[in-house]
Design a binder for this molecule. Structure first.
Ligand code: FRU
Length: 486
């Protein structure tokens, strides 16, 4: 079994195998007492190629057991060049995984749907061997990523698409038995339009559609925006309701305000709870990741729902509280500046809560070198009504990406934050609004990390900040069948 690399940027409280390339979470399902998390995985290197479905399962979201690779491309088969993304459903004693079959010779943008079945709790899957839905509907210029769910009277499927008329779409199918699928037309199709209050557009195509059905309120359609020639962009959602096979929704909103979350996927957990994991890609030069032998990580599992006010709300899964260890910061006070207030030291993986009440621009700084030249800033800008996460100085290594990212933040009331930081990933949750911003950063400093509270001139900040060490996930020793692939 390979062990995780001794790499200062390797996350320990986030799920991924010890080596190689990871992208989208796939096949998320609760079956027979276990949460199953598969993911796009290249067993041969740290680049996006040779895509298989790696596979973990967990009874509690804290300890994870690597299972054998769930799906592998069949040489000469319908998925010979890759088992691309999709999801899985539980049906009696069966787990059925639906995925996008990739063959370069077919077309770079047409990955038809196929499936594989497991009768042993996901230990092994038997691929169908032929396509389940061979043809793509007329007028599609991109087609992939099935999402299947059980509805009142049967099964339904969405597939991500781009249409020749310039609209991005999710296409709707239904089936009485998971075997025979009937195409019902676009569930939603939209020309590119701005997301939230930003100028960024919803893209030419949508990958990895996910459907969060209404639970007494509104439903959410989450999708990953894709545009030629850049490809994957960001993640957005439509909130609305279904009427006769069409999803009626308002303006698109962000599903994550950060630059480094893509292809998030849903899991329907027991008790009506919905969980979501995203793929957090590397935000550094590819050669750096390849030299380290790994790339990509899954976000923490997040509880997600549509609030009574019609907004998409996320927070870390409750179980993650059990990863909290020693409380290393417990600070409370008021500062007028101009000197920053030292709040205490944190490890390279920590869970933080903060209540901030600023009269102007103020926030927290995570310093990652002793001389303070390298830092990640989390700033409240009440004039703009935004929370800003700024990584322009977060790495002295020029191969790390910079940029400042924003999410709306109500003013005139205390701001409650939760941050899960793990070596090279920060997930910043605005507790009051349920919004989240994910980004990667690559500190180079060798010493202890420190937290400060800071204010702009003339600003007063009242703060309560607590931070706990974050314990690593427990990754079990893989079973014999899984060990050599892991
Ligand atoms: C999203 C995506 C999917 C595709 C998979 C291939 O990141 O491009 O659309 O199925 O990744 O790895």
């Amino acid at each position: 079994m390979s062990t995780p690399p001794l790499d200062p940027h390797y996350p320990v409280a986030h799920l991924r195998p010890p080596r190689n390339w990871v992208n989208d979470p796939n096949g998320l399902v609760f079956h027979d007492g276990y949460y199953h998390v598969s993911y796009q995985y290249n067993p041969y290197g740290a680049t996006h190629a040779n895509l298989h479905w790696g596979h973990f399962r967990s009874p509690d979201l804290l300890s994870w057991e690597p299972l054998p690779i769930a799906l592998s491309p069949t040489p000469g088969g319908v998925d010979g060049d890759g088992c691309f993304s999709g999801n899985a459903v539980t049906d009696g004693d069966r787990l059925v995984a639906f995925y996008s079959a990739h063959l370069v010779a077919r077309s770079p943008q047409h990955q038809p749907v196929t499936c594989a079945v497991s009768h042993n709790g996901g230990t092994t899957f038997r691929p169908r061997g032929e396509l389940l839905i061979p043809e793509l509907p007329e007028g599609c210029t991109m087609y992939r990523d099935p999402y299947v769910w059980r509805d009142v009277d049967g099964w339904r499927m969405l597939v991500g698409a781009a249409l020749a008329d310039g609209r991005a779409a999710t296409l709707l199918y239904d089936s009485p038995d998971l075997e025979t699928w009937t195409y019902r037309g676009p569930f939603v199709a939209r020309h590119p339009e701005p997301i939230g209050d930003t100028l960024e557009l919803t893209g030419e195509g949508w990958e990895c559609p996910q459907y969060l059905p209404a639970a007494g309120g509104q439903a959410a359609l989450i999708f990953s925006t894709w545009t030629e020639p850049t490809g994957p962009m960001r993640v957005a959602a439509l909130i609305g309701e279904e009427q006769d096979g069409h999803f009626k929704a308002g303006a698109p909103v962000w599903a994550d305000h950060g630059p480094d979350c893509y292809a998030p996927a849903l899991l329907r957990a027991p008790g009506g709870r919905w969980l979501l994991w995203g793929w957090s890609w590397e935000a550094r030069d590819q050669a750096w990741a390849v030299a380290g032998g790994w790339a990509g990580v899954l976000t923490v599992p997040r509880e997600i729902h549509v609030g009574g006010d019609g907004t998409l709300r996320q927070r870390p899964a409750t179980e993650l509280l059990a990863l909290r260890g020693e409380r290393t910061v417990q600070a409370e006070g008021t500062t007028h500046g101009p000197e920053p207030v030292q709040l205490g030291s944190v490890g390279r993986a920590f869970d933080l809560t903060a209540r901030l009440e600023p009269t102007g621009t103020a926030g927290l700084r995570l310093l990652t070198t002793p001389d303070g030249s390298e830092y990640l800033d989390i700033r409240l800008d009440p004039d703009a009504g935004e929370l800003v996460v700024d990584r322009d100085h977060a790495s002295l290594d020029t191969r790390a990406h910079g940029g400042a990212y924003r999410m709306p933040c109500p003013t005139g009331q205390p701001v409650d934050l939760r941050m899960v930081v793990d070596h090279s990933i920060a997930e910043v949750f605005l507790t009051s609004t349920g919004q989240v911003l994910t980004l990667r950063f690559y500190p180079t400093g060798q010493g202890a990390w420190r937290l400060q509270a800071r204010t702009a001139p003339g600003t007063r900040l009242r703060y309560v900040v607590d931070a706990w060490e974050l314990h690593p996930l427990v990754i079990k020793t893989p079973t014999a069948g899984a060990a050599e692939q892991y």
